[in-house]
Write a protein of this length. Structure first.
Length: 140
């Protein structure tokens, strides 16, 4: 594997994924929404694709010509209810099927491994979104 797409590579965990991929000698395509979130060190080392994971055409552009996709979507510490992550995951799965891509790695909350009553209540809504993401990946 030489070329990968990273979705969510401008957050704290995502930056680590990009750094590690580059360290491994991989060519990285990075989907980003706002240039202000792209670390300066990435600008000359990765192929930047401006777009949004909730826009299907943007997802198609970022996965074009890659061999694998790494998804590290997050909410930047926002805990309110959202469907942005699962809608993005749905777009990625659909686009990957069309492109006949099968190598896929996704980062989700470790709270998915616990019974809901053990998850702090403040994380319940976000955990529901991660559960939707998990269900989508299982169904693919």
């Amino acid at each position: 594997m030489q070329r990968i797409a990273i979705i969510g590579g401008t957050g704290m965990t995502g930056e680590c994924a990009v750094d590690h991929a580059l360290l491994k000698g991989l060519s990285v395509k990075l989907l980003y929404r706002s240039e202000k979130t792209v670390p300066e060190r990435f600008k000359s080392k990765v192929e930047l694709v401006k777009g949004d994971v909730t826009n299907y055409e943007d997802v198609q552009r970022v996965i074009e010509g890659v061999e694998a996709v790494a998804v590290i979507l997050g909410t930047r510490n926002k805990l309110e209810a959202t469907t942005e992550l699962s809608r993005g995951t749905e777009n990625l799965i659909k686009a990957m099927k069309e492109a006949k891509l099968t190598k896929f790695s996704i980062v989700m909350s470790s709270f998915l491994l616990r019974p809901l009553n053990e998850v702090p209540a403040v994380f319940h809504r976000l955990n529901e979104e991660h559960k939707r993401m998990l269900d989508l990946t299982k169904a693919r």
